[in-house]
Design a protein around this ligand. Structure first.
Ligand SMILES: [Zn+2]
Length: 162
């Protein structure tokens, strides 16, 4: 019975389930950034476009590790996710000139998390004419640009660091 609760067991279960059913893990392991909509890769976390964006340029910033949410991030992940968020604001500002941004974590399915087992930060650009923070996803007016084009533009505008 004790072995069921051993930490190594939990890690095994988390890693064993990660590849097939989690698009963050698929994108993290892929070397095709265009196909997986990865905009930028850091050391501990990476940035990709939301396939179901609330607005053009809606970014998701996730740790490479599967199975951790907001409270489970380690120090390196916390720091890099914050920095990537700030870089994302710069890239969005240079590319689309939003008038504002919403940054946030959806924790649990009831809060809107599509992939609750792989925590991620949303970065949503805002313009004066757009709808509220959670607009109807079918409202194509707020998504005038193809995702692949958006990815290419933001990747090119990503600020250079060190
Ligand atoms: Zn995952």
């Amino acid at each position: 019975m004790e072995q069921l609760w051993a930490p190594w067991r939990l890690e095994y279960v988390q890693s064993a389930g990660k590849q097939d059913d989690c698009f963050f893990c698929v994108a993290a392991a892929s070397d095709d950034d265009e196909a997986t909509l990865v905009v930028h890769r850091g050391e501990h976390a990476f940035v990709l476009l939301n396939k179901f964006p609330y607005a053009a340029g809606h970014l998701l910033i996730a740790p490479y590790r599967h199975g951790v949410s907001f409270g489970g991030l380690d120090e390196n992940e916390i720091l890099e996710i914050h920095r990537l968020g700030a870089q994302g604001l710069d890239a969005l500002a240079a590319t689309y000139s939003p008038e504002g941004y919403n940054l946030g974590w959806n924790i649990g399915r009831i809060a809107g998390a599509g992939i609750p087992d792989h925590g991620h930060l949303h970065v949503v650009p805002r313009w004066g004419g757009d709808t509220n923070f959670m607009p109807v996803l079918a409202d194509v007016k707020v998504i005038p640009e193809h995702l692949a084009v958006t990815r290419t533009r933001l990747a090119a505008a990503w600020p250079r660091t060190n």
